[in-house]
Design a protein around this ligand. Structure first.
Ligand SMILES: [Fe+2]
Length: 277
């Protein structure tokens, strides 16, 4: 099959029609890196990669991030397996928290992953679609006065804020059993390409130096802005689909699905992307 690229929506996403063999071609990988910067999300419908092929393609695009190996259940695995199945040992609350808009890895001190590759091993009959919102496009569409206002602002991101929507509201940060990590991240992120995007998500607690309520109102307004339909793409998964997204250029969340659905995804991430030629 000749490789073919098709816009998923005008302002986000490219559908890549290619064969598995194309993924071994360095010039194809370069084109994917260029498109990730431009389109934020790439979709490879039913490309049916094996685990080894997903790892090999991840390595073609850059340097793997292995931050997920810090947890005992992932030690020794090359994949982060995402599932709500109680048979698969996962920290379920982090999987449930992905029902809300977020970006990966923004609450830990190391650099957040640059991109994520997610393949569908088993899909749910109902729910389980992943939504993406292009925060490059959302930033670029802001009025100039708003861009100027956001320049230099930082936000506090915490794991607790990220899981709060799935906790009973009576659970205090001290009572919660998870990691109490917290970081400050710029609200406007400048990528290697020079392009800027908004860094947003449910993990945002506050805006540094701003009144708490004013800051939370700003966070809420920016999330609403970035998740408008024109910036958004919803992916309905089929088994064998691969989706890659630019982590700090795309918010993502999953439509709720049932823990008995069997849904299983294999994730790899890039700590660094090769620079597109
Ligand atoms: Fe995620």
């Amino acid at each position: 099959m000749a490789v073919n690229f098709e816009n998923a929506k005008p302002r986000i996403g490219t559908i890549v029609h290619a064969d598995r063999a194309d993924l071994r071609d360095p010039s194809f990988a370069q084109e994917c890196l260029r498109l990730l910067d431009e389109r934020a999300v790439l979709v490879f419908p039913q490309i049916d990669l094996s685990d080894q092929e997903q790892l090999a393609f991840t390595d073609m695009l850059g340097e793997r991030s292995e931050f997920f190996k810090r947890s005992a259940e992932n030690e020794g695995s090359d994949f982060y397996r995402i599932s709500l199945d109680p048979e698969i040992k996962m920290d379920t609350q982090y999987v449930l928290a992905t029902f809300f808009w977020h970006m990966d890895g923004v609450t830990v001190e190391s650099d957040p992953p640059k991109a994520t590759l997610l393949s569908a091993r088993q899909v749910s009959a109902e729910g389980g679609e992943t939504e993406f919102a292009n925060t490059f496009a959302a930033y670029e569409a802001l009025p100039d006065a708003e861009k100027a206002r956001l320049e230099g602002l930082k936000a506090v991101h915490s794991v607790y804020a990220g899981v709060r929507p799935i906790l009973d509201f009576s659970v205090t940060p001290e009572e919660w059993s998870g990691e109490p990590t917290k970081t400050e991240q710029p609200v406007v992120w400048t990528h290697e390409s020079g392009r800027k995007s908004l860094v947003l998500g449910v993990q945002m607690e506050s805006i540094v130096g701003m009144d708490l309520v004013e800051g939370r109102a700003l966070i809420s307004r920016l999330l609403e802005w970035a998740s408008q339909p024109e910036f958004k793409y919803r992916h309905k998964w089929s088994e064998g689909d691969l989706v890659i997204w630019k982590n700090l250029g795309a918010l993502h969340r999953v439509i709720p699905y049932d823990s008995t659905s069997g849904r299983l995804m294999h994730r790899t991430s890039l700590a660094r992307m090769k620079v597109a030629a």
